[in-house]
Design a protein around this ligand. Structure first.
Ligand code: ARG
Length: 456
């Protein structure tokens, strides 16, 4: 007999049960469901719906149920439909009549809204902690590379010289924004939906603020229809997850490029790479590739739930059960990817500074510096740009770098250039002079690293 079976004269078809049930995936919220039921029972007791003995029995039994679940002793049954009814059914098996009171002034609609909010909060906090670990690790590695010069790119073409630390710290900023976004959504998740009932609260004398406080919320949601139909917080978190994956994916893409024979800026330790079944020479960067690939499913789950929600009339509709797998898919993937990416960065990458520097020597990265040199000799920038263009063309023709051009070549194009140009064009000097807020000069980046270390 179903918990809601009073008006039904037929047993549900097995096919209907199977299609309808969420227990195969929402069993994961057992701890939050129990936590919510304990708080709800304490409130019912305070308001006179439970005796002292009844409360004690319910709380004790819920605690032992939790242990049973964690020991793997519970066989989830499709006919109980979802985690909420399943736990109530298990409680009823143990306690009989007393358990039947637990759903007083509560609906599965406010129950699921509560459980999922509690669950999602934990996920957001966990993601935030993973991000903090990654940010601190990157800052640590950056600290060793404030003078490791490599080309900065635009259009994937050599642009201007930067350092590895500067490059890594760009990702630190992205992940720091991801942390802030998690924090800001967590603040918006601070109101409890419990007490909203099915959609319009209850006629019984309950105290939703009490349960809210018991469960660590700061207050109660201001509209019961909204309380049972709001899934915005999931969509916010899934959006943040999509951005985290976008950042991980861009970083992964760069690792893959840097690891290519053409670049050779990094190598992966053998324990972090894989081989080919046919080509004996191969060593492939599967980890960053998979992270880049999994970004698709995290975007997909966001779009999937946005689409599910877009035309739902108020208040609860069963469509909303689709939120679970979408969110789990998103948060599981992000958690897995953050963890393996951090593992890879922590011990799987060998940086080849010499290759980076050799690469930075090519491609006329210091051409803008030469234009700035002329600006400092009172040449208007547009003219300086043109003069350097001619010098670059001359260097290309001679097959040399700018710092390899003879002084006579320089002076054939602009008389004011003297031998100080060579020191000026050294890549180390070029980086050091970019001493602007946010720039790659070692001291600037070091300040940034220290800021991040103090922040987290
Ligand atoms: N399993 C349902 C869900 O995840 C719980 C809420 C069901 N409520 C209802 N009135 N059928 O959405």
């Amino acid at each position: 007999m179903k918990l809601w079976g009073g008006r039904f004269t037929q047993a549900t078809h097995k096919e209907v049960d199977a299609f309808n049930a969420s227990i195969p995936f929402d069993y994961r919220m057992y701890a939050e469901d129990i936590e919510g039921s304990v708080a709800h029972s304490k409130m019912l007791h305070k308001q006179g719906f439970f005796t002292d003995a009844e409360l004690k029995a319910v709380v004790t039994e819920l605690a032992s149920l939790k242990k049973e679940i964690e020991a793997g002793n519970i066989d989830w049954k499709i006919e109980y439909e979802d985690i909420h009814m399943h736990i109530e059914a298990l409680l009823t098996e143990k306690l009989g009549a007393t358990a039947k009171k637990i759903h007083t002034a509560r609906s599965r609609n406010d129950q699921v809204a509560l459980d999922f909010k509690l669950y999602a909060k934990k996920q957001a906090v966990a993601a935030k902690e993973q991000l903090i670990n990654l940010v601190l690790l990157l800052a640590e590695i950056a600290q060793e590379h404030t003078e490791t010069i490599l080309p900065g790119f635009t259009h994937l073409q050599h642009a201007q010289p930067i350092t590895l630390a500067h490059h890594l710290m760009a990702y630190v900023e992205m992940f720091a924004r991801d942390i802030e976004r998690m924090e800001s959504t967590l603040e918006r998740m601070n109101l409890s939906p419990l007490g909203a009932g099915a959609l319009a609260t209850t006629t019984l004398d309950i105290d939703p603020l009490f349960t809210a406080k018991e469960l660590g919320f700061s207050g109660v949601m201001r509209n019961s229809l909204d309380a049972v139909s709001d899934r915005d917080y999931l969509l916010e978190l899934m959006n943040h997850n999509a951005l985290i994956m976008m950042h991980l994916s861009r970083f992964s893409e760069e690792l893959i490029i840097w690891n290519s024979t053409e670049f050779g800026y990094i190598r992966f330790e053998d324990a972090f790479a894989t081989g080919s079944s046919m080509m004996p020479q191969k060593k492939n960067p599967d980890l960053p590739e998979l992270i880049r690939g999994k970004t698709g499913r995290v975007y997909g789950s966001l779009v999937s739930l946005l689409t599910t929600m877009k035309a739902l009339p108020l208040a609860y509709n069963k469509d909303m059960q689709e939120d679970k797998e979408a969110f789990f898919n998103s948060s599981d993937t992000v958690s897995q990817c953050l963890s393996i990416f951090t593992f890879l960065i922590a011990g799987g990458i060998l940086f080849n500074k010499e290759k980076m520097f050799a690469s930075a020597k090519k491609g006329y990265l210091n051409a803008t510096d030469l234009a700035d040199y002329l600006v400092e000799h009172d040449v208007p920038f547009r003219d300086a740009h043109h003069i350097v263009g001619e010098l670059v063309a001359l260097a290309i023709e001679k097959g040399v770098s700018l710092e390899e051009l003879a002084l006579s070549d320089y002076q054939s194009i602009h008389a004011d250039i003297d031998s100080s140009v060579y020191g000026f064009l050294a890549l180390e000097a070029c980086v050091k002079r970019r001493n602007q807020p946010g720039g790659p000069a070692p001291n600037r980046v070091l300040d940034h690293i220290n800021f991040i270390k103090n922040q987290y």
